[in-house]
Write a protein that binds this ligand. Structure first.
Ligand code: GLC
Length: 446
């Protein structure tokens, strides 16, 4: 391992406490801009959803679109506690499903609902309400309507941006001749996660996803959402979808710039491109390719898969960091599978170092963003805050959760005991059912 090149990399990827504090400060500024409606990198989208009371009940369907799988759930809410009679089906999304036309994508969703109803024997004799988790930047126009602003996470189906995604779903459901399903709620996965957790725990006021993409939402006072002029003087709260993946006031390396330039959405989702599972592996690959060209890695021999875009996945980063063996046998065999000829222990160490620097940077950026959201709600951290968090990177990347927690304590000092960051699995789908319940109850009282 050539010391100088690695030292430079380390210097470029490390974030000191002071740098984290400066991220928090600019995050606060961007949040404020987003709430007033002036242009900035944070969209701060009002969701028309508030926290549930915990007494919501009934049987619901939920759809969850936005990661590597599309999921359909049916469950019965009992008023607090874990829902019963949960039935779930997962459908893997292939590249062609997400980059086709919007019409085909929604046809695929409706077709999957049809399969689900048949296989899971869902009774549609009375009608059933459905919550749709659609995890992209959506300009929400009401509890069950919103237009897609822009695709993220590599989705590119044509003819969906600028359109109401609930209307597209309803049309596709009608085309499949499925009767008795009404779409009553539209939610983001972060909102689903926050809602699912706060169904049982009133102190939960932040929802975070760190998976294929990354984002967060939180509970804001209505009077602070200045861009919604009609709500300005009303008491109460509303969940705001921050769309923090688009935050861009971060120190970027040339690899970050290269990844951004080669992506399908250059200039957008800068934080997401440094943090989320979709990009961590690719960053590692770009650094590796550079080190190969400088003859620091693999004896300078270019090899098979390291030259292919996106060939080094986020899961590989997890596998690399999970290898605790002395001879790095797991990493070496992964490198062999990727077509590297005779990788040595030094190569393994270099790859591990790159993955670890990238993973620690991702965790520290996430921690600064989480801390910024908490201190936006409660600047002196006087109350307890539960941060409901989910996503493959948070759950599976070795050391990631611990690194977030320790960076949050670095920032919060003696107040750290008030903050709990807590894994909330599958909240994105389950939360959509709760939001559907809230929305149906509101519909009934109107
Ligand atoms: C992307 C989407 C956002 C979503 C996040 C996590 O950043 O734009 O809406 O919440 O991924 O899935």
């Amino acid at each position: 391992m050539t010391l100088n090149a690695m030292k430079t990399l380390e210097r470029d990827l490390r974030l000191s406490r002071r740098e984290l504090e400066s991220i928090v400060k600019s995050f606060h500024q961007e949040m404020k801009k987003g709430l007033t409606g002036s242009s900035g990198s944070l969209k701060m989208i009002p969701t028309y959803v508030d926290r549930p009371t915990g007494s919501e009940k009934g049987r619901y369907l939920a759809l969850d679109l936005g990661g590597t799988n599309f999921r359909i759930l049916s469950l019965t809410l009992k008023g607090r506690g874990i829902p019963s009679d949960k039935r779930v089906m997962k459908f893997a999304l292939r590249k062609r499903d997400i980059s086709t036309t919007g019409k085909r994508l929604f046809k695929f969703l409706a077709g999957s609902i049809k399969k689900f109803i048949k296989e899971k024997k869902i009774d549609l004799s009375g009608s059933i309400d459905l919550g749709f988790t659609f995890s992209f930047p959506v300009k929400t126009t009401g509890p069950a309507s919103g237009t897609l602003i822009v695709w993220t996470k590599g989705f590119s189906a044509s003819g969906v941006e600028g359109r109401d995604v609930v209307a597209l779903l309803e049309r596709a459901i009608a085309d499949e001749k499925i009767d008795n399903i009404s779409v009553v709620a539209l939610a983001n996965d972060t909102v689903g996660t926050l809602v699912a957790r706060s169904y049982d725990d009133k102190d939960c006021d932040v929802g975070v996803i760190i998976g294929t993409g990354t984002n967060a939402c939180y509970v804001e006072d209505l009077r602070n959402i200045r861009k919604m002029k009609n709500l300005r003087r009303q008491p109460g709260t509303m969940i705001i979808n921050i769309e923090w993946g688009n935050f861009n006031r971060l120190k970027a390396t040339r690899y970050d710039r290269q990844l951004d330039g080669e992506s399908i959405n250059p200039g957008a989702q800068i934080l997401e491109k440094m943090v989320s599972g979709m990009y961590l592996g690719e960053l590692c690959r770009l650094i590796a390719v550079d080190l190969i060209s400088e003859k620091i890695l693999f004896g300078g021999r270019a090899c098979g898969n390291f030259n292919k875009n996106m060939a080094f996945s986020g899961e590989f980063v997890s596998q690399v960091l999970a290898d605790r063996s002395r001879g790095l046998s797991g990493i070496i065999s992964l490198l062999r599978r990727l077509g590297v000829k005779d990788p040595g222990t030094e190569d393994g160490k270099t790859i591990r170092k790159i993955c670890s620097l990238l993973a620690v940077r991702a965790a520290r950026i996430s921690a600064a963003a989480i801390f910024a959201v908490i201190t936006r709600i409660d600047p002196d951290i006087k109350k307890r805050h539960i941060v409901a968090i989910d996503g493959s990177v948070y759950e599976k990347l070795p050391g990631f959760a611990e690194n977030i927690k320790s960076a949050v304590s670095e920032l919060s000092g003696v107040r750290t005991g008030k903050i709990r960051i807590s894994l909330t699995k599958d909240g994105s789908g389950y939360g959509a059912a709760i939001i559907a319940a809230v929305s149906s109850a509101e519909g009934d009282t109107k």
